[in-house]
Design a protein around this ligand. Structure first.
Ligand code: ADP
Ligand code: MG
Length: 644
């Protein structure tokens, strides 16, 4: 059976409502090892026939059997496989990729075949050397003459074997001498067993073939045999060993990444402009996340400064109530009653006054806090030295006291305060503990803590409390507790002559604010990245249009739909990832210049947030690269090749 069997083949084009019959019932059979020329006037259908023979185009009718297989039923990827493994194309205009060297151009078909790079390089060097281009291996096409370029494209056709070589006007763009050289090569290849099919309108070229088929207006009008088909060795064919799915994919990504970088470097300005959107987007994301993190930590410190979450009970109807000082119903037994509630963890009465404190020759004005033994537990604070006074001190209005660091420094310098006796007003007190300064808000206040009973008995002379501070159990509901305490005290006082201040409200407000800020930040980040992504998509779409010819060529030499798709997806991803790296750099520079941890914009960069920005950019690349990639992958090979 012949290698190629075409029967009643038709190819019609719809052009402005009219049907053009480019091929009209063509029947032709070609043996393996033949050298055949197809001749005819311009527009007679030669290229159309060639494209169908080479599986770049599909017939609209009739049958085409290649090597025993009906190919009009094959899918895109099976056609791509046949093109890659059995065919080699030579075009009138060479169709070399301008940003690749001669060797790299020759290797393209093997890339899609999954051949390793060392094997590829060896074979491309061998082929180029055989074709007399050993010195030109590293040259780009624009440094090569037409004849040299055509020889590179012959090497490319042979890269995967090139069992059947299809040459559409291979000498059409060449001077006579180069044209003759190309024909010599084709004849040599034929002698080695390659099947050669040449399209030409030049009779001198056609007559070098063994057989000349003439077509006119889509029909074969003559089929002459000039000389007998020489007995040539048959090339070995058949399926090659293919890498596994996973290595194939890894190789594909690697190759696509290399191609992406090559084409990015070839057009640096455009690459930079494409990346700009992503750079700004990622910089915005990284900066804004850092600001978010910074303000979150600031809020967290402020919350920690607030101490444990407490309920504070004061006499009167609210802050600034002038009669509060005259209300005498808030007393220590209220505090004791509150302590029995199940949701209460600790409670302390508070009375406040002030006096002069003296030790040796030094004296300072101090605030005196009359408190219970649980005072520091209530506020979640720790002593830095010594201990708190015990219940016995409260019971008998004792004179043990805790002073804060401010006071210790003022009265004792750096020295030990414990055990010293200090005069507070006219009361000599024994220092048993030193507490850290009260958290922010205390300012430069100097504080001594004494049993509230002692303050009442020795200083103020009144049992009235200035307030009661309650710390709830960790899992208690503060609103319910507030209601419970209000009820309890209203019952005890017979009236509601107090108010409750719930520090949890401040905490909640701050947390809510910080949450709103981070939502806002997320929104800004999403918008920035989307805009960047749209920019990338836009340029990629233009790039697909610009590179349609390249895509067509890649398909002609056997790239699958998925290879083309992968190439553009990887390209978009590489651009976005590179943009992400620059963007993060930009954000770090911005962070270093405008936002220290305590500036107006506290910025805290974490590895996590940077990784997230980069990951987001990659996802953007994939998402926005998908549409252009699909556009490229779905191009029709013939259409793409003929596009200018
Ligand atoms: P040749 O290569 O012999 O010059 P072609 O095979 O390119 O001729 O074209 C044969 C005929 O088919 C011409 O009339 C041409 O206008 C028509 N034709 C080829 N390709 C297309 C196409 N994609 N759309 C419409 N008509 C086409
Ligand atoms: Mg043509």
């Amino acid at each position: 059976m012949a290698l190629i069997e075409i029967t009643d083949l038709q190819r019609q084009f719809e052009m402005g409502g009219e049907t053009v019959k480019a091929l009209d019932r063509v029947t032709l059979s070609i043996e393996a090892g033949e050298m055949l020329a197809i001749v005819g006037a311009s527009g007679s259908g030669k290229s159309t026939l060639m494209n169908i023979l080479g599986l770049l185009d599909r017939p609209t009718g009739g049958s085409y059997v290649f090597a025993g297989e009906e190919v009009s039923r094959l899918g895109r990827d099976d056609l791509a496989r046949l093109r890659r493994e059995r065919f080699g194309f030579i075009f009138q205009r060479y169709h070399l990729m301008s940003n690749l060297t001669a060797a790299a151009n020759v290797e393209v078909p093997a890339v899609y075949e999954g051949v390793g790079s060392a094997d590829r390089a060896r074979r491309s060097h061998e082929l180029l050397t055989r074709l007399g281009l050993a010195e030109r291996i590293g040259y780009r096409p624009n440094k090569l003459s037409g004849g040299q370029q055509q020889r590179v494209s012959i090497a490319r056709a042979l890269m995967n074997g090139g069992e059947v070589i299809l040459a559409d006007e291979p000498t059409g763009a060449l001077d006579t001498r180069s044209g003759e050289a190309v024909m010599e090569i084709l004849k040599e290849l034929n002698a080695l067993g390659h099947t050669i099919i040449i399209v030409t309108h030049d009779m001198a070229v056609a007559e070098q073939a063994d057989r000349v088929v003439e077509i006119r207006a889509g029909r074969i009008i003559a089929d002459r045999r000039l000389r007998e088909k020489p007995a040539v060795p048959l090339l070995e064919t058949g399926a090659r060993k293919r890498p596994s799915w996973i290595t194939g994919f890894a190789q594909g990504v690697g190759n696509a990444a290399r191609m992406a970088v090559t084409s990015m470097i070839a057009q640096p300005l455009r690459t930079f402009l494409t990346m700009l959107g992503i750079i700004i987007g990622v910089a915005a994301v990284a900066a804004v996340v850092a600001v978010g993190q910074g303000s979150k930590e600031r809020v967290a410190t402020q919350l920690a400064d607030l101490g444990a979450s407490t309920l504070e009970i004061y006499p009167g109807t609210g802050w600034g109530d002038e009669r509060a000082g005259t209300i005498r119903t808030l007393v220590a037994s209220d505090s004791a009653a509150i302590a029995t509630m199940s949701y209460v963890r600790a409670v302390t009465p508070n009375v406040m006054t002030s006096a002069k404190a003296r030790y040796a020759a030094k004296s300072v004005n101090v605030s005196i806090r009359g408190v219970g033994t649980d005072y520091f537990e209530v506020y979640g604070r720790k002593l830095v030295a010594g201990r708190m006074f015990g219940t016995d001190q409260v019971d008998r209005a004792g004179t043990e006291a805790v002073i804060d660091l401010n006071m210790a420094r003022r009265l004792f310098g750096g020295g030990d305060a414990l055990g010293k006796i200090v005069m507070v007003g006219r009361v000599p007190v024994v220092v048993v503990g030193v507490a850290a300064n009260p958290p922010s808000g205390g300012g430069s206040e100097i504080v001594v803590y004494m049993p509230y009973t002692s303050v009442a008995a020795r200083m103020s002379g009144s049992q009235r409390l200035d307030g009661i501070t309650v710390r709830l159990q960790d899992r208690a509901n503060s609103a319910a507790a507030e209601a419970g305490l209000t009820k309890l005290l209203s019952y005890r006082h017979g009236t509601r002559d107090f108010f409750v201040f719930n520090s949890d409200q401040i905490r909640k407000t701050m947390e809510r604010t910080s949450q709103t800020v981070s939502q806002l930040i997320t929104a800004v980040a999403i918008i920035a990245l989307t805009v960047g992504g749209i920019g990338v998509m836009n340029i990629m779409l233009v790039s697909v249009t610009e590179r349609t010819k390249e895509i067509g060529l890649r398909m002609a030499v056997g790239a699958r739909t998925s290879d083309i798709m992968l190439q553009f997806l990887v390209e978009a991803t590489v651009i976005c990832s590179a943009g992400a790296v620059f963007g993060v750099g930009l954000a770090l520079v911005a962070g270093a210049t405008i936002g220290g941890a305590d500036g107006d914009f506290p910025m805290i960069f974490s590895v996590q947030s940077i990784a997230m920005a980069c990951a987001a950019a990659t996802v953007v690349g994939l998402v926005f690269g998908f549409f252009p990639a699909r556009n490229a992958a779905l191009l029709d090979p013939v259409d793409a090749l003929s596009r200018d």
